[in-house]
Design a protein around this ligand. Structure first.
Ligand code: GLN
Length: 304
């Protein structure tokens, strides 16, 4: 498969969508990002690398970090995690409160904010040095020692983070948060603030691309079956209330973030990341979704 030619052709085709959508501005620091950028990187399990556009520009990974925090939490507490959250698609926005109230403080899944805030609480309770341990795990899987948090983005998000604070309070009311709420929120925002480029994210997702092998990176150990299940949750819940649409259009497991990144996996084959900050109304990158739809159409490689 000539992935380089394929991604270059698609890169040209998606230019027609390049001014659609709007970057996230509810996080003040993200409103300053140049919205007119597109980066792509595809890496295969057999060690090949294909890039296009701004594949080396770092951006805020935001909710893509929820895959890494879930992996760490599952490795620490295993099945117990599923007593504190579900693994069903929510059908609601990533920051919705309504369902959480109706369902007594048990988030639908770890990839909506409520679930990821509980995951942050689990990590705070179980890791010896949560901030250091988390970033060091992400550096290890992304093969890049310079990947880091952006503390000013985290602070900027906290300054306006009223909805996430409401979610954390509701969780605490239902005894689904053990630690101090402010501490949990700060750690959650910090994980979201990590900056990576498409190449680093593709390396990190490649670690999840072979669900027949155990996952052993630093202090995170997952069985092959757990890796398969993380992929399953990406497939069903990775795009909030657009997860069905992504599955329909693209047919791969993946995870998006409001920084404009989408990382996706073709199991047993490759990981691909697309970055483009303009989002649709569901909070997913317009060009990212279109790019991946064309990629699986062109290559006829998807899980279906
Ligand atoms: N930090 C963002 C938030 O909590 C993450 C959301 C996202 O990427 N969808 O709102």
């Amino acid at each position: 498969m000539d992935y380089q030619k394929i991604i270059e052709d698609i890169y040209n085709k998606v230019q027609e969508f390049a001014d659609m959508g709007k970057q996230a501005d509810y996080i003040p620091a993200l409103a300053k990002v140049n919205p007119n950028q597109i980066g792509v990187c595809l890496k295969t399990l057999d060690g090949k690398r294909y890039t296009c556009g701004k594949s080396d520009v770092r951006f805020s990974i935001q909710s893509i970090s929820k895959v890494f925090s879930l992996a760490m939490a599952l490795s620490s507490v295993k099945k117990e995690l599923w007593t504190r959250m579900g693994k069903e698609p929510s059908g609601t926005a990533f920051n919705s409160l309504v369902q959480l109230e109706l369902e007594n403080g048990i988030p639908r899944n770890p990839f909506i904010n409520a679930g990821a805030i509980v995951v942050a609480d689990v990590l705070l309770s179980n890791l010896p040095n949560p901030e250091e341990d988390f970033i060091s795990f992400v550096r290890c899987i992304s093969k890049s020692q310079t990947v880091n948090y952006n503390f000013s983005v985290a602070r900027s998000e906290r300054s306006q983070g009223y909805l996430n604070a409401a979610i954390a309070n509701l969780l605490k009311y239902h005894n689904n948060i053990e630690n101090d709420i402010e501490h949990v929120l700060q750690f959650y925002f910090l994980m979201c603030s990590i900056e990576m480029n498409c190449e680093e994210l593709s390396d990190a997702f490649l670690c999840f691309a072979d669900h027949t092998k155990e996952f052993n990176y630093q202090n995170v150990h997952l069985t092959a079956s757990q890796v398969k299940r993380i992929n399953a949750i990406m497939q069903t819940c990775g795009f909030y209330d657009e997860s069905g649409e992504f599955s329909y259009l693209v047919g791969l497991p993946g995870k998006s973030g409001v920084g404009g990144g989408i990382a996706s996996i073709c199991p047993k084959n490759y990981a691909v990341t697309v970055f483009s900050p303009r989002l649709n109304e569901k909070g997913n990158s317009v060009v990212g979704m279109k790019f991946l739809e064309l990629l699986t159409t062109e290559t006829k490689e998807s899980i279906f």
